[in-house]
Ligand binder design. Structure first.
Ligand code: SF4
Ligand code: SF4
Length: 117
């Protein structure tokens, strides 16, 4: 069981980042969030989402999802996304295991871009 992200549905509204930070810190602390949407600098309307999991960084991009195992050598282009924010230092997604109604990011995503696998 895990989080699945369809970057093609993402509009970079940042709701998932906000609610995840809230889940982590009981405040809107973006730096505590383990999910981070970002806009591409080069391409117009290019949106990706990075998720920190226990053993990996998941990069959901319009062209597909890439799972980068933490500790393994990264493609420089993939690292460029992840280094936009210090994702490796963040806590891993716990699937909101203390929330009765399940993951907050899924509940608050307005486009259905996030789901459970
Ligand atoms: S499931 Fe919970 S902990 Fe995981 S990314 Fe979503 S809000 Fe954050
Ligand atoms: S809440 Fe959904 S649409 Fe908004 S940034 Fe996150 S994944 Fe994208």
């Amino acid at each position: 069981m895990g989080i699945q992200i369809d970057a093609l549905k993402c509009i970079a509204c940042m709701a998932c980042e906000l609610v995840c930070g809230y889940h982590r810190d009981d405040a809107f602390a973006l730096l505590s969030s383990c999910i981070v949407p970002y806009r591409g600098r080069e391409k117009k309307n290019y949106v990706g989402v990075i998720l920190k999991e226990e053993d990996s960084l998941v990069a959901a991009r319009p062209e597909g999802v890439e799972i980068n195992r933490i500790g393994e050598e990264q493609d420089p282009e993939k690292e460029a996304d992840a280094s936009a924010k210090p994702m490796l230092l963040r806590e891993s997604c716990d699937l909101c295991d203390d929330m009765e109604d399940g993951p907050l990011c899924i509940a608050f995503c307005p486009t259905g871009a996030i789901s459970m696998t």
